[in-house]
Ligand binder design. Structure first.
Ligand code: AMP
Length: 176
């Protein structure tokens, strides 16, 4: 597969959404068809040889990367949504944020025993969102195979938070 300078395609916005945070903005990737294709091609290349039954896509920017990859891989897409958005019976998990908490939900009908699930988001920071998603998958008796994210911030120690779940990223940033 061709290499691509993804770093140049990612806009960095200091002080968003609050002072002290460097925001990695993937709208600039979406606006750049070469960069976006590189991301989706990399996903297809990696996951076409792995045994996966469905992709769990995390609201909302995870949807954007999971969906084109799922179409190419001919896999179902499971939406991982914030509380109160899914109409059917759900598995739900509340997890702690730096300030407050958040809740993710998955339709119960979307997960079955032994199903092998790939989790996709745009960026992994603390890993809290993906950890909660993996918990829901396991609660259903399914298997979380790997977490994929375009961007990883390993200095926030997501590897430890998610271990033993494997994590694959296309680019990492070592510090803010
Ligand atoms: P976490 O649960 O801490 O891994 O946070 C991951 C979620 O928060 C992802 O859905 C990201 O889109 C978003 N996020 C956290 N930190 C940043 C950041 N510095 N830049 C962009 N998005 C972020």
């Amino acid at each position: 597969m061709k290499t691509y300078d993804l770093d140049r395609a990612i806009r960095k916005v200091p002080g968003f959404p609050k002072p002290g945070i460097l925001f990695y903005d993937i709208t600039s990737v979406l606006m750049n068809p070469d960069a976006f294709s590189f991301c989706v091609d990399a996903m297809v290349e990696r996951y076409r040889s792995m045994e996966i039954d469905a992709i769990a896509a995390i609201e909302s920017r995870g949807f954007l990367f999971a969906t084109p990859a799922a179409v190419r891989l001919k896999l179902p897409v499971i939406l991982v949504r914030k509380a109160g958005k899914l109409p059917g019976a759900t598995y739900r998990k509340t997890y702690e944020l730096e300030y407050g908490s958040d809740t993710v939900e998955i339709h119960r009908d979307d997960l079955g025993p032994g199903q092998r699930i790939l989790i996709v988001d745009d960026l992994i920071a603390t890993g809290g969102t993906i950890a909660a998603t993996a918990d829901l998958i396991r609660a259903a008796g399914s298997v979380a195979v790997e977490a994929f994210s375009v961007i990883g911030l390993p200095f926030l120690r997501y590897e430890e938070a998610l271990s033993p779940l494997a994590v694959h990223t296309l680019i990492t940033y070592d510090s803010e």
